[in-house]
Design a protein around this ligand. Sequence first.
Ligand SMILES: [Zn+2]
Length: 166
Amino acid sequence: MKTQKKSSEIKTEREMKSLQLEEEIAKEQINFANEEIARLEKVIETKQGLIEGQKSSIAAAESKTEEIKSEVDKVLTDINNERQKVFVKKDKLISDMNQKGLSFYQKIRRWAKNTTAVAVIDQACYGCFLTINDKTYADVIKGEEITTCPHCGRILYIDNEEEVTA
Ligand SMILES: [Zn+2]
């Protein structure tokens, strides 16, 4: 509209032509700008598609991470529960063992006094000085259980500094 109004005021043909040329150029520039807009819109669309794709990849990775985390948590909980059970068992075993060992020791101590537990030297009980049989000797060496002298009943142990032969 602005151009029309302008055209009516033009006096010479030359000025008219010059305006028409300007109008052509302006139209061309508008066309070019529109094409550029269309091109950029396509680019935006493509990029948005890529972003959507990335977003869904991230979401998938996040849910996988959550899944793994909850699996690990579950395993850790199980391990802790098992550990707790083992602790309780261990405490009970220790207290049972100590009770048994203590009362056993005290029973012998009533008569054996300071020689309740004696060393075995040259396969002989160092309480009664009698030779002990091979099986008892082997048991003392193994040291898995409390072994007593078959002759006097004292608790036997191997004094590692005295006895190194087996
Ligand atoms: Zn003995």
